[in-house]
Write a protein that binds this ligand. Structure first.
Ligand code: GAP
Length: 517
């Protein structure tokens, strides 16, 4: 299936099955804002639980925090966001559409990468087992030509970003003949900077109101609470503070569904370390976070690191973990070595001493920070993209059928167990309700009696329910049910008494945690 078609299918699947709805839909929606439906909210909560537990439960030196969204406006001056939280924007004169200049250039680079990957794919098919990818890439003239174009463009782009050279960004767009995807025109305005923070007024009287910002990252709430947590928790360096919360950015380009939103959620860890040790911890957190992603079982080859071309104003090292979405490898998580920039700057702007006395070194210093920052919504999209499968299945009578199944890791599935009486008569619904009433304290269960059993299985497959049990006439005689496994569609007969144990073992977060600890 073409990747573009797949992406469209994901978006409509999310709507049809109660995962994600466009916000304010009855008023024609609000651009780049989305609501999570009955299944979406469960999946989202499970993603947050997996992250939170992997940080706070499994690491005794990491504690949690829930800071307010509204913060003192000077925080955003100190953090550099008022002056430097900008994206370079460019308008197409014909279509009047606005784009991020850097994203247009990155998309062009991805096109060169795609061309190379296509050549390699074709050759791999042609040569079969004897294919030597490295040798092919080193010698094939078409691959070499595209690689040269890519390297040149990459270097030029990197220099332009480092120098903050907006004129050069425009020139690259012209030289690379990048056209507006809507109008096909190459008639562009100049590139300008655009600050991404939303602002609002706090206070009821116009004269006493002050401008405050909706936080563009949750991290600053952690920095300004560093002293509170360190002192009240008697934390010793190295230690971390984890937080999950909403962030807001007035994104220029709102495309790709929940990939880039104006209101979204972040899961951030700030890990406080001694000066000089930050790059070692940076490497450690890179590996740990990659392991966390890979433990979900979506294929190691679909993840990669991508080091930043331009370091943010606060960082001395930064990388992204990228996942292969239907629209290419894209960032899911950022890992940044933020030096002592934030704590140092808050110290300066607030006039409060923000330091740590290190008993081992017998000295005080401003801690350095390694940050891991992942978007909940982007992770959600990654998981849906990776889990969505269309399968042709052969039925008992030899005929074939299609099914759409979300192969979600069981711990993350919105519903863990569907309880299905075979018919609506003969006391089967009462028996099914009885089982459900027992299991609902431990598992998110769903009761369904409408439609044929086959249709009910399909509906559960489509929302990723790992187990369905069917209550039939034999159940009334011997207290057994059939349990159907989502991925294999295999069915076993098991005692009602053993259900809780069988399912809990399979859907527990422990299985995931064990892979990373
Ligand atoms: N505190 C550092 C920070 O915010 P970032 O790379 O700007 O770093 C971190 O953002 C993560 O937040 C990204 O990797 C992405 O998953 C998520 N994110 C950022 N902007 C987003 C947006 N507009 N919509 C959805 N997720 C976003």
């Amino acid at each position: 299936m073409a990747q573009e078609d797949l992406f469209k299918k994901l978006v409509s699947h999310c709507k049809e099955y109660g995962f994600v709805f466009p916000s304010s839909e009855i008023y024609d929606g609000l651009s780049a804002v989305y609501d999570y439906g009955q299944n979406g909210v469960e999946l989202k909560n499970n993603i947050k639980k997996y992250w939170w537990e992997s940080m706070v439960l499994l690491n005794e030196e990491v504690v949690g925090l829930d800071s307010a969204i509204f913060m003192h406006p000077t925080i955003w001056k100190a953090s550099g966001h008022v002056d430097a939280f900008n994206d370079p924007l460019i308008d197409n004169i014909e279509s009047k559409k606005r784009y991020r200049a850097d994203v247009l250039i990155e998309d062009k680079m991805a096109k060169y990468e795609d061309k190379i990957a296509k050549e390699v794919g074709k050759a791999a098919k042609r040569f079969g087992e004897s294919f030597d990818e490295k040798q092919f890439k080193d010698t094939n003239p078409r691959v070499l030509a595209n690689q040269e174009k890519l390297d040149k463009l990459h270097q030029r782009f990197k220099t332009a970003l480092e120098d903050n050279n907006l004129a050069e960004l425009k020139q690259i767009i012209l030289d690379e003949e990048i056209a507006c995807p809507i109008s096909g025109s190459r008639n562009w305005t100049d590139v300008r900077q655009f600050n991404l923070m939303f602002s609002t007024e706090m206070g009821s009287m116009a004269e006493s109101a002050s401008t405050i910002y909706l936080r563009p990252e949750t991290a600053q709430g952690i920095f300004v609470n560093y002293l509170n947590v360190q002192k009240s928790g008697r934390m010793k360096i190295p230690f971390g503070i984890a937080q999950i919360g909403k962030a807001f950015r007035n994104e220029i380009v709102a495309r790709q569904f929940i990939f880039r939103m104006r209101e979204f959620e972040q899961m951030e860890l700030q890990y406080f370390v001694s000066p000089g040790s930050e790059l070692d911890f940076f490497e450690q957190w890179k590996e740990r976070r990659m392991l966390w992603h890979k433990s979900l079982g979506f294929g190691d080859e679909n993840y990669r690191f991508h080091d930043h071309d331009k370091l943010a104003h606060y960082a001395n090292a930064a990388t992204d973990i990228e996942y292969k979405f239907p629209f290419g490898f894209k960032e899911v998580e950022g890992i940044h070595s933020r030096t002592d920039f934030d704590l140092g700057s808050h110290q300066k702007f607030s006039g409060k001493k923000i330091q740590y006395f290190d008993p081992e070194k017998n000295e005080s210093y401003t801690p350095f920070v390694v940050e891991t920052s992942i978007g909940v919504d982007r992770m959600f999209l990654q998981i849906i993209s990776a889990s969505y499968c269309e399968e042709t299945i052969t039925k008992d009578d030899g005929s074939t059928d299609q099914r759409v199944v979300l192969k979600l890791p069981p711990a993350l599935a919105p519903v863990k167990l569907a309880v299905l009486p075979l018919t609506k008569k003969d006391g089967l619904p009462d028996k099914a309700r009885g089982i459900m009433n027992e299991l609902k304290f431990d598992l998110n269960c769903q009761y369904e009696e409408k439609d044929s059993i086959g249709k009910r299985y399909r509906r559960q497959d489509a929302i990723g329910t790992p187990y369905c049990i069917t209550i039939d006439h034999q159940t009334l005689e011997d207290d057994t049910v059939t349990i159907r496994h989502r991925d294999s569609m295999k069915q076993d007969r098991v005692a009602i008494q053993s259900l809780r144990e069988i399912i809990l073992e399979k859907v527990s977060f422990r299985k995931l945690h064990e892979k990373i600890s």
